[in-house]
Design a protein around this ligand. Structure first.
Ligand code: NAP
Ligand code: MG
Length: 401
């Protein structure tokens, strides 16, 4: 069989621990035999990040801006324990944080739906994609623990020195205050990323805030979304038969629970933090969640939503067998290959991505899966496979297709 040709390279960001092991297996068994793979390789494994003073992360993000599509393996975000374990020069920042800041992106997370792994919410038939605004609000807050009586004020000093003052509260005893912010630029990027992703994936967008209570702050989010939708996206949405829907956050939560799924739920930073854990656990497993970072300029970085699966890696190092789920990492590859095919007009590459996804789902639906899924499946008499054998089972189905 002749291998599928590529024109423009994918930016490949290798990573750490168990996912690094899966990464190599996926490439060797599921991609290289079928695709004449072109990648520009960046080793984001912690050792190499440390050697290069984290320059490799910056270089990989720049390459992504140049080529437009990246696929990333999970990486360690260093903490005190990792400083010792890897003898690090510095507690390097989270690679995802660095890349997100450089791409100015929004993260979209969607569950992979497969028969036999049923969502806890009975009426959810299609995936709910959660888009989380990843800048500001309570994540960049300033707080004061108020010790006793006094007056709290909100002060804005304009560049020309003009002051705007609002009284927050006159305290007659101890209390607490918090200040937070966002920027119009960041909210605009968020809105564009969500609306563009909706067009790309032909799904409705739901957005919600609490603008009845937060008449300036949350209202600004609502206005910016509305303005960008009306000016830049309305016609395109009409053409595709998709809708933009705004409501209050409490109403949105109630409607999500009653929905069939199949839409993008755009959330402010805190709502997205809380709701993404609810949505992902209700759909089944973190190991079945994909994640894509989309920049407003149309740059895409695909990855699995889970981490490096450290506990399994230590077992692997001890020579013990592991049963680590590679589905989300496989779907990161298929997402990236499909997008590359789309941008470069290579139909075979898009079809290959579809087939690899189908072969993966077929393997699970046929009762062959890793331990994490075997524990929650509704299928009977399933075969629990180790990390490698699961990938080999997918290869068999892929070859048959
Ligand atoms: P994790 O890698 O997501 O794993 C947590 C637990 O979830 C695992 O111990 C395992 O449970 C289960 N799990 C996750 N993915 C699985 C898979 N593919 N197959 C089977 N089980 C899976 O989180 P962590 O162990 O807390 O973090 C490890 C490292 O990942 C940290 O250094 C963190 O910084 C990094 N991290 C990176 C990213 C990223 O690059 N995007 C995201 C999150 C975390 P059992 O042990 O019960 O089997
Ligand atoms: Mg969280």
């Amino acid at each position: 069989m002749e291998k599928i040709k590529m024109n423009v390279p994918l930016v490949e960001m290798d990573g750490d621990e168990m996912t690094r092991i899966l990464w190599a297996m996926i490439k060797d068994e599921l991609i290289l035999p079928f695709v004449d793979l072109k990648t520009e390789y960046y080793d984001l494994g912690l050792e190499h990040r440390n050697e290069t003073d984290d320059q490799v992360t910056v270089d990989s993000a720049n390459a992504t801006l140049r080529y437009g599509v990246a696929v990333k393996c999970a990486t360690i975000t260093p903490n005190a324990a990792r400083m010792d374990e890897y003898k690090l020069k510095k507690m390097w920042k989270s690679p995802n944080g660095t890349i997100r800041a450089m791409l100015d992106g929004t993260v979209f997370r969607a569950p992979i739906i497969v028969k036999g792994i049923e969502p806890c919410v009975r009426n959810w038939e299609a995936p709910i994609t959660l888009a989380r605004h990843a800048y500001g609000d309570v994540y960049k807050n300033v707080e004061i623990d108020v010790p006793g009586p006094g007056k709290a004020e909100l002060v804005f000093t304009a560049a020309d020195g003009t002051k705007t003052v609002e009284t927050i509260h006159e305290f007659d005893g101890p209390g607490i205050i918090q200040g937070m912010h966002n920027t119009a630029k960041s909210i605009e990027s968020f809105a564009r990323a969500c609306l563009k992703y909706a067009v790309d994936t032909r799904q409705d967008v739901w957005f919600a805030t609490k603008d009845t209570i937060s008449k300036k702050y949350d209202h600004k989010f609502k206005d910016i979304f509305n303005e960008i939708f009306e000016k830049e996206y309305k016609d395109k949405f009409e053409e595709l038969g998709i809708t933009y829907f705004y409501t209050l956050i409490d109403d949105a939560v109630a409607r999500v629970m009653k929905s069939k799924g199949g839409f993008i739920w755009a959330c402010k930073n805190y709502d997205g933090d809380v709701m993404s854990d609810m949505v992902s656990s209700a759909f089944g497993s973190l190991a079945m969640m994909t994640s894509v970072l989309v920049s407003p300029s149309g740059v895409y970085e695909y990855e699995a939503a889970h981490g490096t699966v450290q506990r399994h890696y230590y077992k692997h190092l001890q020579g013990e067998e592991t049963s680590t789920n590679s589905v989300a990492t496989i779907f990161a590859w298929t997402g990236a290959l499909r997008k590359r095919g789309e941008l470069d007009d290579i139909k075979e590459l898009m079809e290959f991505a579809d087939k690899l996804e189908q072969a993966t789902l077929k393997t699970i639906e046929g009762g062959e899966m890793t331990k994490d899924l075997a524990l929650i499946t509704s299928l009977k008499d399933v075969k629990v496979l180790n990390s490698r054998d699961f990938i080999l089972a997918i290869r068999k189905n892929l070859e048959a297709m």
